[in-house]
Write a protein that binds this ligand. Structure first.
Ligand code: SME
Length: 154
């Protein structure tokens, strides 16, 4: 396995450089969890986020999936926290300051901003990608656009 090579000088260029590498690593011969694990690793390593990972829809809750970073809560109810809200609202949520988000679930007190991107398969949400930063306002519409593209590779 080759290392990731990032040639960009800013966020957009970094995503442009990373996206084809993530797509190339996705393996149709293995299950979703294996591909989620590599996707989380590549995003985490490239951008140095605080926490990068997936919660999978299992019944009526989200259950922790592959991730990089510190320990996290294992289960999140529908509609709860940023992750459960993104699932319920069926859209990407960008949270510049988690303290301003009603019902935010603080898995780590170091987390200051967050983005949650739903993973759709056949019109159904099967998981969410959750990324946390220890800085305020790390994520914007550029992240939303590229991360929605990234999760479409799953
Ligand atoms: N903060 C998330 C919970 C998951 S952790 O950040 C890894 C939320 O409010 O849904």
């Amino acid at each position: 396995m080759e290392n990731i090579t990032i040639t960009g000088n800013n966020k957009t260029e970094n995503y442009e450089s990373l996206l084809p590498q993530i797509q190339a690593v996705m393996d149709t011969n293995v299950d979703l969890i294996a591909n989620m694990a590599n996707m989380a690793a590549m995003l985490h390593e490239t951008f140095g986020f605080w926490w990068t990972g997936f919660y999978r829809v299992v019944g009526n809750e989200l259950v922790l999936g592959p991730f990089q970073g510190p320990l996290a809560c294992t289960r999140i109810p529908y509609g709860r926290g940023v992750c459960g809200s993104a699932w319920k609202e069926r859209r990407t949520l960008v949270v510049p300051d988690v303290e301003q988000f009603p019902g935010h679930i603080a898995c780590s007190s170091a987390s200051r901003s967050e983005i949650v991107v739903p993973v759709f398969q056949n019109g159904e949400i099967i998981a969410v990608l959750d990324i946390d930063s220890e800085h305020l306002a790390t994520f914007d519409s550029t992240d939303a656009t590229y991360l929605e593209k990234v999760v479409s590779f799953l």
